[in-house]
Ligand binder design. Structure first.
Ligand code: GCB
Length: 633
């Protein structure tokens, strides 16, 4: 992160055009795109599917289901991709299934992809929860751990082996969570044969959302030339009216490449150009990337075209949208383009009826429309990375994102830490170029009272800062004990609290005292800006009671109102944002605290407003006028 107002640092960087960060460049994860040199083929639709219901859930491996068509080894059903499989059928055992499920699809690969040895064919899975193994024509091509990030494998040589046959893709996905997974979970066998049948087990989890599983995002085949642009990193800055885009490009598959970089404005007009694998582009009369409601023209994106010419090979071309903006944090403020930014936003989930966590354009566009209607300028990807297409929309619309990696973690082992560092690498590698992403959140509500927690979080936060020096890092806390472990390392304090809900039930009158004490203590101790990263109350839509009682729409409104009064007192001091829990109702595991899911949404799961949505809408538009520079400076 650059130091606020430190223009001497900026000048040095400017003069040297040096790339300031240590972003991981060994192996990129660019979002697949079509260009004159690249093609994309979506494999979404109906796949053959079978859950492995054998007692040890291992029959698929014992009988090598990947070797033959899935229909040859047992019955299959049709399963849509992308979607969670849980809510697709009427079968409760599939909804609550734990273990391996098998997906298969045959696809015709265009003849040119096979005949042209200069074409590289890649199979990409946008995300599959939680552990995946992928085979092509019976040969294993990759495996991946972690439910919300993409993975891919080059399959060029494999598909050329049997050029006339359709290509059979098999993906086995396992949703079991153990002490080794992130998020962790445990499998508990119930051995009391008087109460449970043989082999009865349950999956225990420690987070408050349904453990949806399956192939959640698009499966694609895409091509690149053999010598190809593998990764691009950009970092932006500006001084007065001049912007600077520093870039780094890595090429794989061959040497003697020339790289031409051209920056174009939104209308396709030439702005600047450069050559070589790293350098800087100077932008005269720069149009900065501004958040929604902070500028009359938010989300301004340039296009950076990377054109690679390779000796004796076809060239490649990749175009990256680039927003020019800076992020800085002082003791009391969060600055975007050196102006104070106040987060008035939401926490979300990738969650809806039938699809579960499956990618769904109508839902995504509806949610953006609702966010804009509400006057939301930001959200946090609670509690896992969201689809790349969502971040691209945020870039275009100027919606600011706190990019969160994980929900609650209660296990602080060496193996978890090593894996956590790997997933953090994957997240930064995927999301580093999005101007909408303004902060990394390494986790939500870690059980920090555990002894190794401090070392764990120090390592994780320092690792993240080394990966990306341009963005602040946080982890979201709920208890003072958490803060003691991570507080010294975070750039912004993100605090969740549920006063008058999980504690002092029904006592709305205690909120002002408890909330301000909480803020004052943390500010005194850490001298960092504070965001209320979660607060809220469940409301069953249509349930009314006045004076308010818990679970009614009136209680939800009154609780939010009491929080808002305190926010308004602290807003001009060190308090820089409020994110309601939650944008919409969402599904959870079954339990006595949840009435078919968590009802803290201000919209229902079907995206209809509760009374709180109107309260929030009024507030957010007022805040936009007061804090968002809609009015002239
Ligand atoms: C939290 C968690 C969130 C829960 C929420 C609640 O602190 O971060 O995942 O859903 O509380 O409603 O209890």
């Amino acid at each position: 992160m650059s130091v606020p107002g430190s223009f001497s640092v900026l000048r040095v960087l400017w003069l040297l055009s040096v790339f300031g960060t240590v972003l991981p460049l060994d192996g990129g994860m660019l979002f697949p795109q079509e260009s004159s040199f690249r093609e994309v083929k979506e494999l979404n639709g109906l796949w053959d599917f079978r859950a492995d219901g054998s007692p040890n859930r291992n029959e698929g491996f014992e009988k090598a289901w990947y070797k033959r068509r899935l229909t040859e080894t047992g019955p299959v059903i049709e399963m849509p991709v992308p979607a969670s499989y849980n809510d697709i059928t009427q079968d409760p055992t599939l909804r609550d299934f734990i273990g391996w499920v098998w997906y298969e699809r045959e696809v015709f690969v265009p003849a040119r992809w096979i005949s042209d040895e200069g074409t590289r064919v890649v199979l990409r899975v946008g995300s599959a929860h939680y552990y995946s193994i992928v085979w092509v024509n019976g040969e294993k091509v990759t495996e991946h751990e972690g439910g919300h990030l993409p993975f891919e494998a080059e399959i060029s040589s494999l598909i050329r082996k049997e050029p006339t046959k359709p290509c059979r893709i098999t993906i086995a996905v396992n949703n079991t969570l153990t002490l080794e997974t992130l998020p962790p979970g445990t499998i508990q066998y119930m051995n009391d044969s008087s109460r449970y049948p043989d082999g009865f087990f349950v999956q225990n989890i420690d987070f408050d959302f349904f453990n949806y599983a399956g192939i959640h995002r698009s499966v694609l085949l895409y091509t690149t030339p053999k010598v190809h642009v593998d990764d691009i990193s950009v970092e932006t800055n500006f001084m007065d009216n001049t912007g600077l885009v520093r870039y780094k490009v890595s090429v794989q598959g061959g040497f003697n490449n020339t790289l031409n970089i051209t920056l174009m404005d939104k209308d396709g007009h030439f702005v600047a150009s450069s050559t070589g694998s790293s350098g800087g582009l100077k932008v005269v009369d720069v149009k900065l990337w501004w958040p929604y409601l902070m500028h009359e023209n938010p989300g301004y994106l340039y296009s950076m075209k990377v054109r690679q010419h390779a000796h004796r090979h076809v060239g490649d071309e990749y175009t990256l949208p680039v927003g020019i903006r800076t992020i800085n944090v002082t003791n009391t403020q969060f600055l975007i383009n050196n102006k104070p930014f106040y987060f008035h936003g939401v926490n979300k989930h990738e969650d809806s009826d039938i699809r579960g966590r499956g990618f769904d354009w109508p839902l995504i566009v509806k949610d953006f429309n609702l966010m804009k209607w509400l006057g939301v300028n930001s959200f946090r990807t609670s509690h896992y990375p969201y689809a790349e297409e969502i971040l691209q929309m945020c870039d275009r619309h100027g919606i600011v994102v706190i990019d969160e990696l994980l929900p609650h973690i209660s296990v602080f082992r060496n193996a978890s830490l090593s894996h956590h560092l790997v997933v953090m690498d994957e997240l930064v590698r995927r999301d580093k170029n999005h101007p909408s992403v303004v902060m990394w959140s390494v986790a939500n509500e870690p059980a920090s009272e555990m002894p190794p927690a401090e070392f764990y979080f120090k390592t994780l936060i320092e690792h993240t800062k080394a990966l990306d020096q341009t963005r602040p890092v946080t982890y979201v806390t709920i208890a003072a004990a958490d803060m003691d472990k991570g507080g010294p390392y975070v750039d912004v304090v993100c605090a969740n609290s549920y006063f008058a809900w999980y504690f002092d039930q029904g006592r709305l009158d205690i909120i002002p005292l408890q909330l301000s004490t909480h803020f004052e203590n943390w500010y005194r101790k850490y001298q960092r800006p504070i965001i209320q990263s979660e607060y809220g109350a469940d409301a069953v839509p249509g349930l009314h009671m006045d004076p308010p009682m818990m679970f009614t729409e009136e209680y939800q409104n009154a609780l939010l109102q009491s929080y808002h009064d305190v926010f308004d007192q602290k807003r001009n001091q060190y308090f820089v944002g409020e994110l309601i829990w939650n944008f919409a109702d969402f599904m959870t595991s079954q339990g006595i605290y949840r009435v078919v899911g968590n009802k803290k949404g201000i919209f229902t799961r079907q995206r209809q407003p509760k009374a709180a949505a109107f309260l929030l809408r009024k507030r957010y538009w007022r805040l936009a006028n007061e804090t968002g520079r809609l009015l002239p400076d």
